[in-house]
Write a protein of this length. Sequence first.
Length: 196
Amino acid sequence: MCTMPTRRLGDNDVARMLARIPHPYPEADAEAFIAREPTEEQVFAIERKDDGVFLGAAGITPAEDYEFGYWLGKPFWGFGYSTEAVTDTILRRMPDYVHYICPQFGETDINFQRIPTVDTSNPFIARWIPTPDESMVVIRLKNPRGIDFPYLLSMIPNSFMSRANSIVIHGAKLDLAMQLILTPLILQLIDRKRRA
């Protein structure tokens, strides 16, 4: 029986901070999550060190880079438990970041890197993830041959070139930039396949 996680996640103040957890959180969902087959996603229970009380969970999901998330039951907010859990999880996964995540960026054809324009110097006190309006995006093309940068600059307001193969855009313009950059590339691939 999973009463504790269900009760903690069932609190609306906890649930509204989580993108992937439904609210309300039924006990059957908690049991299914615990019984599921192993995946690449790693989820760790957060327990209080002195008495082992279940506080919440932290998890990492491999993606293009790692997606990290955590939650704590509301009674445990404000005691520094999240800072400790986040630090522990990040340090536990740092070798993967250094040896697997960073090297792959040199191999990808196009990188989209979102850069916050708000203070994120201490992620442990941040309440919200910066929004697209609070971000810039650096788009780096491994091989910029054939990319019409003057056209992109004219179509994406306030964009600029930071290097010969990199364009910087306002975070809210990411969808537009992806359409403008990727649509011609996809059409080229389709055309090549038709000709083959």
